[in-house]
Write a protein that binds this ligand. Structure first.
Ligand code: CMX
Length: 135
């Protein structure tokens, strides 16, 4: 699998607004690009940090995967997302190595890009997102 770079680190939070003081005032970063990803039942906000980003994830419904995560583990790191050039090829490779795929095929995530998740039980306990940048 050819990883381009770390696309983002996803952090589960109860509310994006409640994080402004820490990320904007304490760390001096800028929260931008807030959007709702209906399919995933989350609102997300991206925070550029150098060449990568932090993604804040706020659940939008009781059956959101992020709601379940918050109820079980509380606020904290939810997933790591890596950029790949060819998502189908990356999924084929993960499958060939016996990884448990949450998404057998790419789906559309935040920013309209193609994404797919690998189950944390087969990736050393870290929920892993593979995403294909535009172009
Ligand atoms: N990181 C690490 N481990 C996690 C986890 C996470 N984010 N979420 C769940 N787990 C663990 C649970 O603690 C549990 O472990 P134990 O069995 O040891 O207690 C196990 O995984 C549960 O697995 P499961 O029963 O198969 O699944 P869940 O119903 O808990 O759902 C998951 C977990 C990862 C399959 C589900 O959240 C999912 O499909 N996630 C992908 C989609 C997603 O997270 N979308 C939101 C972000 C969207 C975006 O970034 O745009």
């Amino acid at each position: 699998m050819q990883i381009g770079k770390l696309s983002h680190i996803g952090i589960a939070v109860e509310s994006i607004d409640s994080q402004r003081k820490y990320y904007e005032e304490v760390l001096g970063l800028k929260i931008e690009g807030i959007e709702e990803v209906k399919d995933q039942k989350v609102r997300v906000a991206f925070i550029p940090v150098g060449d990568t980003r932090v993604e804040l994830l706020e659940p939008t419904s009781e059956d959101s995967p992020v709601r379940k995560f918050l109820d079980k583990k509380g606020t904290g790191v939810h997933h790591m997302a890596y950029e790949v050039q060819n998502l189908e090829a990356a999924l084929d490779k993960a499958r060939a190595f016996g990884m448990r795929l949450i998404d057998e095929k790419p789906r559309i995530g935040a920013g309209g890009i193609r994404i797919a998740f690998l189950h944390p039980k087969s990736t050393s306990g870290v929920l892993t997102e593979l995403c294909e940048p535009h172009g």
